[in-house]
Structures are given as C-alpha cells and as structure tokens.
Design a protein around this ligand. Structure first.
Ligand code: FES
Length: 155
C-alpha cells in the first residue's frame, strides 16, 4: 500500500484505453496542462474491443486497487463497433467477476473522446477519490489464488 507524505492512501489505478479516443484525450489533458492525479498507469490498446478482460484480473492480482476502461463514445469507434463488442462482453464478464467475489465497484467504464482532455482528468480524479475512500484492494490475493487453482493464469 502506498501512502504519500500526509499518510493518505495513494491507490494504484490501471487504465485500459483505446488508442484513437481516450489515449489521445489523455494526451490532450497533458498538452493542455490540466492537472490530475498521477495514480494512473495507462495501457493502450488499438480499440476497447481488443481488451482481454482477463487482464483486469491480472491487474488486480498484480496489486492494482482500481481499474479504468475507456474508449471512444458509442458510434465513434475507429473500427465501427469495437466498443459495442467490448461493452457486450463486459456485461457477461462483469457477472463472472462478481460471482468470483471480485469487487466490481473498483472497475470504472467511461467514454472519453480525443477532444475531452478535461473529461479524462475528471474520470481519473473521481476514480482515484472513490478508490481512496474504498481503501487498498487486498482481496486481489483471492483472485490470484482462484486463477492459479483454475490454471487460468500462470505466474
Ligand atoms: Fe476507440 Fe474502438 S477505437 S473504442
């Protein structure tokens, strides 16, 4: 668990984003010099439709306290419908995570376009604030154990 100089918990957030909208939006946040929480590590995908949701479990097992998934707004996907596929798959995967005991409240979905640098800052700041209130996600060990037992991932 990371703490800053004021002993405030600093959550580790992993953001899975698409290249064409949210990554560009996050870039705009920086070039616009908008300040936001630095707790986020961005993983860039060509499209949200390419995100393997097993990576969410790997992120938690690796120590993430929260996750952001973000891509192009509906009907704006660079590949036409990748984000719709991602959303549909997520609806199924979310229930599975819930069944496994994963705290799905720690996973945030958003749509952020390349022109929405300020929105990206809001999404990150809101998520960091929420996860900070929830505290460190020590339950990830449960997820890692399940994955190991089911031989779904191997360290
Ligand atoms: Fe952004 Fe598909 S390219 S969600």
């Amino acid at each position: 668990m990371e703490e800053n100089n004021n002993n405030i918990f600093e959550p580790r957030i992993i953001a899975f984003v698409c290249n064409w909208c949210t990554y560009a939006g996050a870039d705009l946040t920086g070039t616009s010099r908008i300040k936001y929480a630095t707790n986020v590590e961005i993983v860039r995908f060509p499209c949200t439709g390419r995100i393997d949701f097993m990576l969410l479990l790997k992120a938690f097992a690796g120590g993430a306290d929260g996750i952001i998934i973000s891509g192009c707004h509906p009907n704006d996907c660079h590949y036409t419908s990748g984000n719709f596929h991602a959303r549909r798959r997520w609806m199924v995967f979310r229930d599975m995570l819930d069944f496994m005991g994963i705290d799905i409240e720690r996973i945030r979905w958003s749509w952020v376009s390349a022109a929405e640098g300020a929105k990206w800052a809001d999404v990150v700041n809101d998520t960091v604030g929420k996860i900070r209130e929830m505290g460190p996600y020590t339950e990830y060990k449960k997820a890692a154990k399940f994955l190991e037992e089911e031989k779904i991932i191997h360290e």
